[in-house]
Design a protein around this ligand. Structure first.
Ligand SMILES: CC(C)(COP(=O)(O)OP(=O)(O)OC[C@H]1O[C@@H](n2cnc3c(N)ncnc32)[C@H](O)[C@@H]1OP(=O)(O)O)[C@@H](O)C(=O)NCCC(=O)NCCS
Length: 172
C-alpha cells in the first residue's frame, strides 16, 4: 500500500494517534458537521483498539493524513464496504495541511478504494449546510443520488475519478 501524493501521504491509524484525532474532533472550527466524540483520550484509545480489529477483518480503514515531512494534518476513513461500493468520511484537515492536501487525500482515498480494494464505485454523505464540501465533491464529478433531512448522498465512479485526475495534470 503506497498511498503517497505530491505533498501528503496516508498511513493507517495507530493508538498513539488518539490525542491527535481527538484534537481534530474537538476543534470547533472543524467539527461543526461531524458527529461528536467523548473528550477522553482513554475512550479514543479504546475506540482505536476496536477499530484495529475491524481493520484486520477488512471492515474499515482509518487513515492519518500527513505531510511528507511527517507532520500529521488530518484523517480520513473508508468504511461501510458494500458489494460494489465503498464509503468514505471522517475527512478532516487542520491548519498544518498543504494547499492541495484535500485534493491529494481525496485521490489517495479513491486510489485505495478502486485500486487496492478493487471497487468500481464509491458513496458518501455530506451534512446539509457543509457547502464547501458539497462543492468539492461536485467539482470532482460526484452525483447526488438522494437526500434526507440531514444529509445529501453522493456516488462517484472509478472512471469519473480517473478522468478528473487526468484533467488536473501536474496539480495532483
Ligand atoms: C473537508 C476538508 C478536509 C476539505 O479540505 P479543504 O482544504 O477545506 O478543501 P478545499 O475545498 O479548500 O480544497 C483545497 C484546494 O484544492 C482546490 N480544489 C478542490 N477541488 C478541486 C478540483 N476539483 N479541481 C481543482 N482544484 C480543486 C481548492 O480550490 C483549494 O485550492 P485553493 O486554496 O487554491 O482555493 C476540510 O474543509 C475540513 O477539514 N472540514 C471540516 C471537517 C468536515 O466537515 N469534513 C467533511 C465531512 S463530510
Amino acid at each position: 500500500m503506497n498511498l503517497q501524493a505530491k505533498t501528503v501521504r496516508m498511513r493507517l491509524v495507530e493508538e498513539q494517534d488518539a490525542e491527535f484525532i481527538l484534537s481534530l474532533r474537538l476543534d470547533t472550527e472543524l467539527n461543526r458537521y461531524l458527529s461528536s466524540v467523548q473528550p477522553s483520550v482513554k475512550d479514543q484509545v479504546e475506540w482505536i483498539k476496536k477499530y484495529k480489529a475491524d481493520e484486520q477483518n477488512g471492515l474499515q480503514y482509518y487513515f492519518i493524513i500527513e505531510r511528507l515531512d511527517g507532520v500529521r494534518c488530518g484523517t480520513v476513513r473508508v468504511y461501510d464496504i458494500l458489494d460494489d461500493s465503498f464509503c468514505w468520511g471522517s475527512w478532516i484537515l487542520n491548519k498544518e495541511k498543504t494547499r492541495f492536501a484535500a485534493l491529494e487525500s481525496a485521490f489517495l482515498v479513491y486510489q485505495f478504494g478502486f485500486q487496492n480494494l478493487g471497487f468500481e464505485k464509491s458513496h458518501f454523505e455530506v451534512v446539509k449546510g457543509n457547502d464547501r464540501v458539497v462543492s468539492f465533491h461536485k467539482k470532482m464529478g460526484a452525483v447526488q443520488v438522494s437526500e434526507d433531512d440531514t444529509n445529501y448522498y453522493f456516488e462517484i465512479s472509478r472512471s469519473v475519478v480517473e478522468a478528473k485526475k487526468l484533467s488536473l495534470g501536474d496539480k495532483v
